[in-house]
Design a protein around this ligand. Structure first.
Ligand SMILES: [Zn+2]
Ligand SMILES: [Zn+2]
Length: 155
């Protein structure tokens, strides 16, 4: 497992690879760490955020959206150039190849778990059908919760 998170204590970003997966998670910049042993897990499956203990995690493709967008943009650009050179077959071919590769990448890309509360990303971890996709309503609830918390802290 690989976890990318923002440290709750010093707020710096860290990347950790706990070995085994249930080992302690600790910050690379300060002495914050969280060690709950195997209680975050159900067998091999991670059920709680390893950073904040939140039980709501969403499943998402482990694929940087910016990279996907850049890829599609490159295909579009090449195709436009081919079109400008009066090569419509090439223009179409390029678009089709890029769309195909994009689709393949998407299919073979593994999923990761993201925490609704602290946005920690859990990569390279076992997943099953209990890990469900992003839910807007649930996300809204966490945003409201965070707002209330921030307001309370300000008082
Ligand atoms: Zn820290
Ligand atoms: Zn969390």
């Amino acid at each position: 497992m690989q976890i990318i998170f923002q440290c709750p204590a010093c707020e710096k970003r860290s990347l950790v690879r706990p070995q085994p997966s249930s080992a302690a998670v600790s910050c690379g910049h300060c002495d914050w760490s969280r060690d709950t042993g195997a209680t975050d897990f159900e067998g091999d499956y991670c059920r709680r955020c390893r950073v904040c203990g939140c039980e709501d995690l969403w499943r998402q493709k482990d694929f940087p959206p910016a990279l996907g967008l850049a890829f599609v943009a490159t295909g579009g650009l090449l195709s436009t150039i081919a079109w400008a050179w009066h090569e419509p077959i090439w223009a179409l071919g390029i678009l089709m190849v890029f769309a195909l590769v994009d689709g393949l990448l998407y299919t073979f890309m593994s999923d990761m778990l993201v925490c609704y509360r602290c946005r920690a990303r859990h990569r390279k971890t076992e997943l099953d059908e209990n890990h469900i996709a992003f839910n807007l309503e649930l996300n809204e609830r966490y945003i409201q919760m965070k707002k209330r918390q921030d307001d309370a802290e300000r008082k």
